[in-house]
Ligand binder design. Structure first.
Ligand code: SAM
Ligand code: DTB
Ligand code: SF4
Length: 329
C-alpha cells in the first residue's frame, strides 16, 4: 500500500538522526506512526518451512546452508508436495496466517522443481493461507509464473548496506538483488525484503540499508529484521549477540521510514527476553515467525509465544482477504 504520504527520499543522515534519538523518544515516535497506519496490538504470525535445505552455491557469510562452509546442515532435496501441505495445515491449525517456504538456491531454475514450487503455492493458497516463497534470483517470466500460481509475497533480502555487502557475500551483487526485486514488483507480487543485524556492520550500514529499502519506488510490504543467528562453521560464527536495544532501534527506524509496511521481528527471537520482544512491538514490529523452527535453526516454541502474546494482549493480524476464510487473492 502506498498512500501518497509515504516518503521515498530519505537520506542516510535523516535515518541516523532518528535511530540515535533518546530511546523513549524514538519508541514513542515509532508507536505514534504505527497507530496511524496499523491496528494497535495486532501481530502477523508467519510460519517458515525449508523446502530445499543446504548445499547452496552462494557464499553468504552468515548462512549455515552455504556449501562453502561446514555448518553441519544436512543437504536435502526439494520436499514433496504432500509434506509441504501437511506442514502448512499444521501451521494453520497452530494459528499462522502466512506460510513462507525457503529454498537454498542461488536462483530458481525452470523445470520440474519450479513446477513443484508452483504446486506448493497453489496448494497452500487453497488452504486459505497467504503464501510467501524465497528461491533466490528470479527472471521476469518466473515471477509471472509464481504470480499465476497465486503467490502473495516474495522474500528477497538486501541483508545489509551496499557498502558492507561485499564483506558478507561475494558470489552475487547488490544490483542483482535489486533486479530480482524489480521482477517481483512488475509481476504484481508483494515484496518481503529486509536484512540482518549483528554481522559486524556499523550503525551507518544499518541506516543505509533501511534507506535503500525506504527509497524503493514502493516500500516493501514486509520488512524482516533478523538478528544474526550464529552458526558454527560459518565465518560469522563468533560474532557477539546483538544488544536488545540495538534491535529495538533498528525496528523503530524501519517503522518510521516505512510506516505502512509490516515490520517483522524475524530471526534471533530466541536470544531476546519477553520484555525485549514487547519493546520491539512497541517500537512498531507487527509480524513474527511463529513455529519452533526457522529454516535450519530454532525459534521460540509455540506455547511460549502464545503465552507471551496472551500476556501482552496481542491478537493475530489476519489479512483482510483471509478474514472470511477466502482463498488468498
Ligand atoms: N537462498 C535464498 C536467498 O538467499 O535469497 C533464500 C533463502 S535465505 C536462507 C533467506 C534469508 O535468510 C537471507 O537473505 C538472510 O537474510 C536470512 N538468513 C539466513 N541465514 C541467517 C542467519 N544465520 N541469521 C539471520 N538471518 C539469516
Ligand atoms: C528472513 O528474513 N528470515 C528468514 C526468512 N526471511 C526466509 C530466514 C531466517 C533464517 C535463519 C537461519 C536458519 O534458520 O537457517
Ligand atoms: Fe544460499 Fe540463501 Fe543461504 Fe545465501 S542465504 S547461502 S543464497 S540459502
Amino acid at each position: 500500500m502506498d498512500t501518497g504520504i509515504l516518503r521515498h527520499d530519505w537520506t542516510p543522515a535523516e535515518a541516523r538522526a532518528l535511530h540515535d534519538l533518546p530511546l523513549t523518544e524514538l519508541v514513542f515516535r515509532a508507536q505514534s506512526v504505527h497507530r496511524r497506519f496499523h491496528v494497535a496490538n495486532e501481530v502477523q504470525l508467519c510460519t517458515l518451512l525449508s523446502i530445499k535445505t543446504g548445499g547452496c552455491p552462494e557464499d553468504c557469510a552468515y548462512c549455515p546452508q552455504s556449501a562453502h562452509y561446514e555448518a553441519g546442515v544436512d543437504k536435502e532435496p526439494l520436499l514433496e508436495l504432500d509434506k509441504v501441505l501437511a506442514a502448512a495445515r499444521e501451521a494453520k491449525a497452530a494459528g499462522a496466517t502466512r506460510f513462507c517456504m525457503g529454498a537454498a538456491w542461488r536462483e530458481a531454475r525452470d523445470g520440474e522443481s519450479f513446477d513443484r514450487v508452483c504446486d506448493m503455492i497453489r496448494g497452500v493458497s487453497d488452504l486459505g493461507m497467504e503464501t510467501c516463497v524465497t528461491l533466490g534470483m528470479l527472471t521476469a517470466s518466473q515471477a509471472a509464473r509464481l504470480k499465476s500460481a497465486g503467490l502473495v509475497a516474495y522474500n528477497h533480502n538486501l541483508d545489509t548496506s551496499r557498502e558492507y555487502y561485499g564483506k558478507i557475500i561475494t558470489t552475487r551483487s547488490y544490483d542483482e538483488r535489486l533486479e530480482t526485486l524489480r521482477h517481483v514488483r512488475q509481476a504484481g507480487i508483494t515484496i518481503c525484503c529486509g536484512g540482518i543485524i549483528g554481522m559486524g556492520e556499523s550503525i551507518d550500514d544499518r541506516c543505509a540499508m533501511l534507506v535503500e529499502l525506504a527509497n524503493l519506488a514502493v516500500h516493501p510490504e514486509s520488512v524482516p529484521i533478523n538478528a544474526l543467528v550464529t552458526a558454527p562453521g560459518t565465518p560469522l560464527a563468533d560474532r557477539p549477540p546483538v544488544e536488545p536495544f540495538e534491535f529495538v532501534r533498528v525496528i523503530a527506524t524501519a517503522r518510521l521510514l516505512m510506516p505502512a509496511s509490516l515490520v517483522r521481528l524475524s530471526a534471533g527471537r530466541t536470544g531476546l527476553s519477553d520484555e525485549a520482544q514487547a519493546l520491539c512491538m512497541l517500537a512498531g514490529a507487527n509480524s513474527i515467525f511463529f513455529g519452533e523452527k526457522l529454516l535450519t535453526t530454532g525459534n521460540p516454541d509455540c506455547d511460549h509465544d502464545r503465552e507471551l502474546l496472551g500476556a501482552l494482549g496481542v491478537e493475530s493480524l489476519v489479512p483482510s482477504h483471509l478474514r472470511s476464510g477466502d482463498r488468498a487473492a
